[in-house]
Design a protein around this ligand. Sequence first.
Ligand SMILES: Cc1cc2nc3c(=O)[nH]c(=O)nc-3n(C[C@H](O)[C@H](O)[C@H](O)COP(=O)(O)OP(=O)(O)OC[C@H]3O[C@@H](n4cnc5c(N)ncnc54)[C@H](O)[C@@H]3O)c2cc1C
Length: 449
Amino acid sequence: MSPKDGVRTAPPIASRVSRVVVVGAGFAGLEVARELGRAGLPVVLIDRQNHHLFQPLLYQVATAALSATDIAEPIRKILRRYDSVQVLLGEVTETDTDNQTITLADGSSFGYDYLVLAPGASHSYFGHSEWSERAPGLKSLTDARFIRARALLAFERAERTIDPAEQSRLMTIVIVGGGPTGVELAGSLAELSRYTLARDFRSARPEAARIVLIEAGPRILSGFSEEISDYAHRRLEKLGVEISTSKPVEDIGEGTISFGGSIMPVGLVLWAAGVAASPLGSKLGAPLDKAGRVLVDETMRPKGSTNVFVLGDAALFTGKDGQPLPGLAQVAKQQGRHLGRALVRHMKEGTALPPFEYRSRGNTAIVGRHAAVFERGRFKLKGWLAWAAWAIIHVYLLVGFQNRMLVSLQWFWRYITFERGARVMYDDTFDIRQARTPAAGQPASKVEE
Ligand SMILES: Cc1cc2nc3c(=O)[nH]c(=O)nc-3n(C[C@H](O)[C@H](O)[C@H](O)COP(=O)(O)OP(=O)(O)OC[C@H]3O[C@@H](n4cnc5c(N)ncnc54)[C@H](O)[C@@H]3O)c2cc1C
């Protein structure tokens, strides 16, 4: 569509002032909109979802510890108090930097004076897109609900099966990728099967479920020190998680996974291994890295750009030490806040945009019931204290008082009872027929009807 005849300007907010269009209401985009909103400057914030999602707790939704709504908040509600911020639901598909427009999936276009792209990232299957069907990844609420339903259904099917080998296959869950998400999923699934489900089944024995964590590199949590990585390894093994390192996945079939030259029958494979930046960044025509991230300078602009910014997981920002910043919520949040404030001063006073500098608040990951790891420079914390710090930080960072209260209460309840409140399957992610369907390669007679 030609920008001349297709451009539909957003409803007038303050048409004489420069307009900022922000794409993505994740950690980065939301902060930009907030800062501009606080200053009363006009912003259009576009997201394909109507909610902001707290991704660090997604694994708890996937493992039935929290409900989807506990970790999400409507974007409109978060930004309600800022009159100059307009929230639009829509998927941005094109950017045209020459004509300063963006286009949505429905064909409508919007002009901008400043464009902030913060569309995040999704999964990368390292050139094996066919694996995505067999090994779901965890990025959205839909993913989390799907994984939860698949995991719970695996146990339901095991309960109906009379063949011990098939029962064991169904209760083998493999997680690919030993980073924080893989470690958290493995620990939480082990607890779910050993402590919560164990009491509820009669034929299947969920406590005997095999939870296997596969890491292609030499150790899990490779972004942490060896000491922390060793601790996490031992803690997971204590929970009964089997860990395989230095063996990359070779293939993922229907009900099987191949790695290290052997084939393992599995009930469920989960993908926590690779990340690819949103394809939206590539529309700018700027240089990208291998993961599709847009290379940006210290003001978060791609080379040669004056009014386009790329933030968060979609950007490759090189820190002062020459290392790229990691794909973390705290990086995205700090970048968003920095750019928002810088744009306010720039638009109001004409000041130049200052360079961004990241201040790490430390890395953390949970490795099971009251055990976590935290590392900031040489400072290391592990075990119960790290777990308490992790819990406080995550509750504090959740958006919305209601979510904070609900999550705190549920964690407290779970801590004392081992119970998981979010085990009810009721929606499109659950299909009762799957509980009856014989597993691939198994005769129907193996499943009790
Ligand atoms: C399972 C999991 C666990 C994690 N755990 C941690 C952790 O413990 N600590 C930590 O610091 N980080 C963690 N992270 C990483 C952290 O969540 C990301 O680094 C952070 O969300 C990046 O923020 P962002 O704003 O760049 O993108 P996101 O938060 O992903 O937001 C992107 C937004 O853009 C929207 N969007 C995407 N494409 C379009 C489009 N074309 N049009 C319109 N809207 C679009 C999306 O709907 C989304 O709302 C975790 C991530 C995952 C997936």
